[in-house]
Design a protein around this ligand. Structure first.
Ligand code: SF4
Length: 72
């Protein structure tokens, strides 16, 4: 564990309630889409920011995908 490459930061639109917690914590990494759901917008995948946002999200909509395909 720990050395796997992060390949994606996902937000499940079916779960996201648009609380904006992820955006408040990392406004340079997350943004609202026009439909009111959040999206990870930074070009570089920031695992620390993603993990923080994952913990803050009230509905657990944020997840990380690692190289071997295992969910975080
Ligand atoms: S914290 Fe979760 S529910 Fe709130 S906007 Fe971000 S992804 Fe959506």
């Amino acid at each position: 564990m720990g050395e796997k490459k992060l390949v994606a930061i996902r937000i499940d639109n079916n779960l996201c309630v648009g609380s904006g917690m992820c955006i408040s914590a990392h406004p340079d990494k997350f943004a609202f889409q026009s439909d009111g759901h959040a999206l990870y917008v930074a070009k570089v995948l920031d695992e620390v920011a993603a993990r923080e946002a994952e913990e803050l999200c009230p509905v657990s909509a944020i997840s990380m995908v690692f190289e071997d395909g295992e969910p975080s």
